[in-house]
Write a protein that binds this ligand. Sequence first.
Ligand SMILES: [Zn+2]
Length: 98
Amino acid sequence: MPTYDYRCKACAHEMELFQSMSERPKRKCPSCGKSQLERLIGGGGGLIFKGSGYYQTDYRSTSYTEGAKADEAAKKKSDEAAKPAKSEGKSEKSDTKD
Ligand SMILES: [Zn+2]
């Protein structure tokens, strides 16, 4: 299990937590009781999700993102294959001409 560093924005309390990847980030500060905890990623330095709430809730391993991408690509492909060649007319004509 990875260790996560947390820091409270309200009282600057810092701590480490063992959490599984799938667990939600903790919000409540055990020191001051406010929901101002911020999970620090990569031990200090870079707050990846700063200014981007998206990553804060839904950052997962890169393998997940890549998998999703591949999935999307596969979907597109099969989508194209499933479609009858309806758009043959315009785009393909100019394509073959060249
Ligand atoms: Zn606090």
